[in-house]
Design a protein around this ligand. Structure first.
Ligand code: ZN
Length: 268
């Protein structure tokens, strides 16, 4: 069986911060979140490749992107640094079939907002409160083997209203100790690509060491992995497959000009 090529992209800035918070984050993620995720997700069917923003071509040159089946994305303070050209390339690859798993503060990344078409705003509070997650779509492949409910002892609160499109399939819902609720795991399809947003993963807590969280991410990778990636779209102008008996009322009329771009308006 061919393994799934997974690229784990991390902006990798908080982990290098020369501050006491940076020290705390490095205790959980000494080489960065992307390397911890790659180590902890290791499985015979996954080929995991950690990359980061400050690498050549922002970590995703064509040679890497074109050999990626599923892209995992963690970003926070450097969303604005990601080049539009890279967002264009990732979007094309997702629409052709590449899976995309967007974690935690990636809700506000350029690529997630581009693919959702909404602002993706949410409420948030950093109080280290308890979060309880519930599986609300038990038949979904991402929920396979996951307990009906489980707890993250301390997390950043992400709360509703969360400005995402309504076509997402809600797999997990969260309750926070302070009273807020949140759609914390939502699955989308965009053209040929599958996308999963999963909110756990604030950098100051050891969340990517939690076996249940890792199982959700692993399930999501396997769900989002494409059977094939189709980069060339078929021109949508097929010959009829059955004989058409109806008279074409426009048979004598040349309509080809209607499909040409409008000529540029003459300047006065
Ligand atoms: Zn956070």
């Amino acid at each position: 069986m061919r393994s799934i090529n997974v690229t784990i992209w991390n902006e990798f800035r908080h982990e290098q911060s020369p501050t006491p918070v940076g020290d705390l984050i490095r205790r959980h993620y000494p080489e960065g979140l992307h390397h911890t995720l790659a180590n902890n997700l290791a499985a015979p069917d996954l080929a995991l490749r950690p990359v980061s923003l400050d690498e050549p071509d922002q970590g995703l040159p064509e040679a890497i992107l074109q050999t990626t089946d599923v892209l995992v994305w963690w970003g926070h303070c450097a969303h604005a640094e990601v080049k539009e050209e890279l967002v264009d390339r990732i979007q094309r690859r997702v629409l052709s079939g590449m899976g995309l798993i967007v974690l935690h503060s990636g809700h506000f990344s350029k690529i997630f907002r581009r693919l959702m078409g909404t602002a993706c705003r949410l409420r948030w509070r950093e109080a280290g409160e308890k979060e309880r997650l519930w599986v609300v779509s038990p038949a979904h492949p991402i929920a396979r083997g996951i307990p009906e409910t489980f707890v993250i002892p301390h997390h950043e609160m992400y709360g509703e209203p969360f400005d995402i499109p309504a076509d997402g399939r809600i797999v997990f819902m969260s309750w926070h100790e302070g009273g807020n609720v949140f759609r914390s795991g939502v699955a989308f399809e965009r053209d040929r690509g599958r996308i999963f947003y999963f909110s756990p993963g604030h950098e100051t807590f050891p969340i990517y060491h939690d076996p249940v969280i890792l199982q959700v991410i692993g399930n999501a990778i396997r769900w989002a992995a494409p059977a094939e990636i189709v980069s060339e779209r078929v021109t949508p102008q097929p010959q009829p497959m059955e004989k058409i008996f109806s008279d074409n009322p426009l048979a004598d009329c040349d309509t080809s000009s209607l499909h040409q771009p409008a000529p540029e308006a003459k300047k006065p």
